[in-house]
Design a protein around this ligand. Structure first.
Ligand code: U2F
Length: 446
């Protein structure tokens, strides 16, 4: 039934760390385009909003609103990237509740990062639907929804090698691959948050996820039977690419000069810098293998890489502080992606059809890594879980100069094709997105 939207206003709660708020804001922008009569309030920390709302346009009906970041007076960011997250979580959900009260607005729907299990109760009090958005893949989502079941069967802190035969699609997954907090580290504040999220999501009105149905059909099917209105609407970056893809360091021109599928691209996302001895090992392996490389490097290159490395590799390598990753992975010269397996990076590698060398660090990255290696079979986990010179050289050679590597490229090409089909006009993600628009705004999508 078509309802008038003249006064509609939707509240959005973003998680201000890592690559969470960017995909959520992309979704809101696309919703706003599809439902021009609806207003949105984007509740987030002032710092995160400041960086997001300067990226391009399309924000006319999206109002940024600040929530307290929970940091003590005079706090300075140190070496531990999780510290600000811990402070923030201490202030949550009070910070969102008071920001909503302060706005003086009434809302018609609540869209939140899926982490915010507490939004279920808030939505109930407001008598509006709650639509959580999960910014990672379907496998961690299933692991979180099934955490009680997994713990009942495997216990906490047990063997790391036991496989999860009892969970659909998980027979190649070992307990040590599960997201932190599922069966290990279960008493941290973050683990509690994820556990509660898994318990609360089946009570949401709909659950959106930045993935596509065809990527992992068995797992998606299992999720559909556990969650109401599971909406795979991704890869969202194909629907609504972020406007921050400029190439000020000339990466694409540099790639134009390299042979097809020859370049190693390296990036560890927005949070992680590998420890010094691993950076050194990785650099040494690049130098020894002599494949061209492009490295998006967080931190001081001169201090953190081996002495003389830059000079010795200047013909072969380009090191930049930030790269237009999506465009880069779609460039034909890139042959392999050395990645921490953040979900956005995995998705972008699939969109580019580039096999991966995986060095997972935290969260659900190990599960992504294991899926890439043992389920999809278009990448390898780094031997021993950490960069060593020999282990990295071995992985680079497998992908860049062996038949096995060619096969991986073919396999990822199949998923690439399915990703593009999903967001096509008659694709599954397009249909799910249209459903979402109608579900939360009452506006039939064009
Ligand atoms: C957290 O992930 P991260 O932010 O660490 O990593 P990704 O999900 O891979 O996202 C990184 C994004 O930053 C972009 C890149 C991705 O979209 O294209 N980028 C870039 O444009 N240029 C660069 O030079 C380097 C990166 C968390 F750690 C993960 O475990 C989760 O899977 C993820 C999503 O919830 O959030």
């Amino acid at each position: 039934v078509h309802r008038e939207n003249a006064q509609k206003h939707i509240a959005v709660f973003a998680f201000p760390f890592a690559t969470h708020a960017v995909p959520l804001l992309s979704l809101v922008r696309k919703l706003s385009e599809s439902a021009p009569d609806v207003n949105f309030s984007f509740f987030n920390t002032a710092q995160s909003n400041q960086s997001l709302f300067t990226m391009g346009n399309g924000f006319e009906r999206i109002e940024p609103r600040s929530v307290d970041n929970g940091l003590p007076e005079g706090f300075r960011i140190g070496r531990n990237p999780h510290e600000p997250v811990e402070y923030f979580l201490k202030a949550t959900p009070g910070n969102y509740k008071s920001a909503v009260a302060k706005s003086g607005l009434t809302f018609d729907a609540l869209i939140t990062d899926a982490f915010y299990w507490f939004a279920k109760e808030m939505a109930e009090e407001m008598r509006v639907p709650w639509v959580p958005y999960f910014t990672a893949g379907p496998r961690p989502l299933l692991a979180h929804v099934e955490t009680d079941n997994i713990r009942a069967r495997m216990g906490i802190n047990g063997s790391e090698d036991e496989t999860l035969e009892f969970l659909p699609g998980f027979s190649a997954i070992r307990s040590g691959d599960l997201p932190e907090g599922t069966v290990s580290g279960a008493d941290s504040p973050f683990a509690t948050l994820l556990h509660k999220m898994g318990q609360m999501l089946p009570h949401a009105s709909a659950v959106a996820i930045n993935s596509f149905e065809e990527i992992d059909p068995i797992v998606v099917q299992a999720l559909k039977s556990r969650l109401p209105n599971l909406l795979n609407i991704g890869p969202f970056i194909l629907n609504s690419p972020p406007p921050c893809g400029s190439d000020i360091h000339g990466c694409l021109d540099w790639l134009d000069l390299r042979p097809t599928s020859s370049v190693t691209y390296i990036s560890f996302g927005s949070v992680i810098t590998p420890p010094p001895h691993e950076l050194k090992a990785l650099a040494e392996s690049l130098e020894a293998c002599e494949f061209p490389f492009l490295w998006s490097f967080r931190g001081n290159v001169e201090e953190m890489l081996p002495k003389g490395f830059l000079e010795r590799t200047k013909e072969k390598g380009l090191i930049v502080p930030w790269a237009p990753q999506l465009k880069l992975l779609a460039h034909p010269s890139v042959g392999v992606f050395v990645t921490h397996c953040g979900w956005n990076s995995v998705t972008e590698s699939i969109i580019g059809g580039v096999p991966m060398i995986c060095r997972a660090f935290f969260g659900e990255q190990k599960l992504n890594q294991r899926t890439v290696e043992a389920v999809w079979e278009f990448g390898v986990a780094i031997e021993g879980g950490k960069f060593t010179k020999n282990g990295t050289m071995k992985a680079l050679k497998v992908i860049l100069s062996s038949d096995k590597g060619k096969l991986m490229r073919e396999k990822i090409g199949v998923l690439k094709q399915l990703a593009f089909e999903a967001v096509d006009i008659d694709g599954s993600s397009t249909a799910n997105f249209n459903f979402l628009v109608e579900f939360i705004t009452g506006t039939p999508s064009l």
